[in-house]
Design a protein. Sequence first.
Length: 249
Amino acid sequence: MFDLTGKTALVTGGGRGLGLEMAKALGRAGAWTVINGRNKQSLEETRDRLAGDGLAIGTAPGDITQDAGAIIAQATERTGQLDILIHAVGERDRRGTEAMAPTDFAQLLNTDLTAAYAVARAALPLLKRSAAGRLIFVTSIAAFAARAGDPAYTAAKGGLSALTRSLAVELGSDNLTVNAIAPGWFATETNAHLAADPALQSFVEVRIPLKRWGRPEEIAPAAIFLASPAASFVNGITLTVDGGMTVQM
């Protein structure tokens, strides 16, 4: 039920962090997996490092906000197919409303929401051609739980969860499922300084029932489930992986 042998997968933002963990898991499950990011050299170094671990992973460098179609073409050059697309690209700007100009707000929405629509649209012909296409967006618990001083990211991720539901309804008749993953607090390299801050640990122990940050590799099973035959009748959901943070009062 979790075997992805013969599948082709693309993970945008797959060169590091949670995207990389999901890409590695897809590769271990048997999929030919291509990672995307803006830094070609970094992607190739990651690919070579994974090859040393016995994983065969391809690269499709480029800025997904600029030319999604070209990245899809790169990713599918080897197999001519695309069965799984995980869109994990995202940026954050923690300025509050009075400090953030409307142009900056729009730019973040372009990166975190409009680009997701663009890459999904570019991939649709191939995903529809698959016997069991999977489109998976990586959103955030910010989609439904807000913090002060974070309006653009919160709006973008809320929009991404709504886009997930909309596309799930629109595309279900094509045997294509559309779902999302909403990570909570994960100790990725980007958040390493926060995870190491003793002052934040007391907050974590109060707000997260498991009383710790998530380990990056703990996001992978959610991706494998949604990408696999096991989730053939799962469509339009946002799967939260946050240690219980958003269900605790």
